[in-house]
Design a binder for this molecule. Structure first.
Ligand SMILES: Cc1cc2nc3c(=O)[nH]c(=O)nc-3n(C[C@H](O)[C@H](O)[C@H](O)COP(=O)(O)OP(=O)(O)OC[C@H]3O[C@@H](n4cnc5c(N)ncnc54)[C@H](O)[C@@H]3O)c2cc1C
Length: 444
């Protein structure tokens, strides 16, 4: 039976009353979809904006969470789309396997990772999640469930990988896991005093598997773009000390802390954010260290409900990517606009991306991506329009999984395969059956 409740993405902006179905089997999903005029799938609600919301019919996929098969020889895992990455990490790291690509939270579903074609700190070398996907089964809502891969229904596969749930509901999928020897990371921290130094360090660090920078978005003038760059590799068991080597795949357990209340608006004043950024930058001591896998990949998961820090009005994450050739100039303009406004978040993230993947609406492109949070105030929303203009001027695009407010025009400019995606949806009648607040807002 469906039920109704207020739903939002991770940014808690917008919030809408939605009617929700929660099927527990592929058959129940199939039966729920059949009579519905329109619907959208929802994973664990970790996209920031309105991508997983349809007020009339939102399909919560979290009960389709079975592991179906695992091949120890090839590392191929077959599972249902509602499986949480946190459950995969919990059961597979101990056996020496990890996700080939992971976003900055493990609280996402496999279906959500495919629909956003998520990228990790290894995009420059490993590509995005769907580059490791072998096939998926897609319920098209018209009685058909199709196996899609690079060779079978390849057009639907390319549209579904990064297609934000608008091509049907992913029921199950097969992808290849990554073999690891330990639950530890060998991390090197390097500080860059300004943007040019940060970009030069990223270019020199192409041989590292993982790289990410925390960037001080409040720094100005000669400090503009100063960053702490974290480079990392999975630690081989042989480099661990004897105590850790005794159980190299054991993950140190930490209980997440919680944010008990919605913070008031003044807690996020420009002064506090500036002070935090200065302190965080100073805390990043250059050098090498062994770091446990969870704090390296999922630092924010240590604080459950951290989205409450932004208060009841919610927040928006701005994530754009700029082509390599225009990254230096474009990032400079973006950072100047952000620091001049005195807005922005505690932690801004800069990453180097590798080549564009095959998904029609996949976000990554060869270049640099910048991501940061803004409380959803009218002033900040106006600033984001300025950032949009800069992103467009430098040939970039904004990430759909983070978006709650971009304009259809910006989407058109940033995603050259949009028409192909629209044509495919129309050809299969999917434009009539799958829709979200995001697709309605953007005319997707
Ligand atoms: C702290 C944090 C850090 C993050 N870091 C990164 C990062 O480093 N890289 C990155 O790429 N992303 C990152 N994200 C974004 C997140 O990885 C994506 O938004 C992901 O899609 C969320 O998965 P979900 O299961 O919560 O999906 P939802 O948020 O519930 O849904 C996201 C989209 O997937 C669709 N969808 C979900 N399940 C299905 C299904 N079974 N079939 C069809 N469509 C489906 C929905 O319709 C929607 O369009 C981060 C998010 C947070 C909160």
């Amino acid at each position: 039976m469906p039920y109704s409740l207020p739903l939002a993405g991770w940014g808690r902006y917008p919030v809408r009353e939605c009617t929700v179905w929660q099927p527990a089997t592929p058959q129940a999903l199939h039966e729920a979809l059949a009579p519905l005029p329109q619907a959208i799938a929802r994973g664990n609600g970790r996209s920031y904006g309105d991508a997983s919301l349809n007020p009339d019919a939102t399909i919560d996929m979290r009960r389709l969470d079975r592991l179906i098969a695992f091949d120890e020889d090839t590392g191929t895992l077959v599972c249902e789309a509602g499986v949480l990455l946190s459950d995969l990490v919990a059961s597979f790291v101990l056996r020496g396997w990890f996700a080939p690509v992971t976003p900055g939270t493990r609280l996402v579903t496999v279906g959500g990772m495919i629909a956003s074609d998520v990228h990790g700190k290894n995009h420059h070398g490993a590509g995005s999640f769907c580059d490791h996907l072998q096939w998926l089964d897609l319920d098209l809502g018209d009685g058909r469930v199709l196996r899609c891969s690079g060779t079978e229904n390849a057009d639907l596969f390319a549209a579904t990988c990064g297609g934000m749930g608008l091509t049907g509901v992913i029921v199950r999928a097969a992808f290849r896991m990554l073999q690891i020897e330990s639950a530890w990371m060998r991390q090197r921290t390097v500080r860059a005093g300004d943007l040019d130094a940060a970009l030069a360090l990223f270019e020199q660090a192409q041989g590292w598997t993982y790289s990410v920078a925390w960037i001080d978005c409040m720094a100005r003038g000669r400090h503009l773009g100063r960053s702490a760059i974290l480079l990392a590799e999975h630690a081989r068991a042989g480099v661990l000390d004897p105590e850790r080597r005794a159980a190299p795949l054991a993950r140190p357990q930490r209980k997440p802390r919680t944010v008990p209340i919605d913070f008031p608006g003044f807690a996020l004043s420009g002064f506090n954010v500036r002070a935090f950024n200065q302190m965080y930058y100073a805390m990043q001591r250059p050098g090498e260290a062994l770091v446990a896998l969870d704090p390296y990949f999922y630092p924010l998961d240590a604080l459950a409900d951290w989205n409450r820090i932004y208060g009841r009005r919610g927040f928006v994450q701005y994530q754009c990517v700029l082509p390599l050739a225009s990254s230096a100039a474009g990032l400079r303009r973006l950072l100047e606009a952000i620091s001049a406004a005195g807005a922005g978040s505690f932690l801004a993230v800069l990453k180097r991306m590798g080549p564009q993947s095959f998904g029609m609406l996949s976000f990554p492109m060869q270049g640099y991506t910048l991501a940061l949070d803004f409380p959803a105030t009218p002033e900040n929303l106006a600033l984001l329009e300025q950032l949009d203009a800069i992103t467009a001027e430098y040939g970039g695009r904004v990430y759909l999984a983070k978006d709650a407010r971009m304009s259809p025009a910006l989407l058109e400019q940033g995603y050259p395969r949009l028409q192909e995606f629209r044509d495919l949806r129309a050809r299969h009648g999917l434009d009539q059956r799958f829709s979200s607040l995001l697709s309605q807002r953007l005319g997707l």
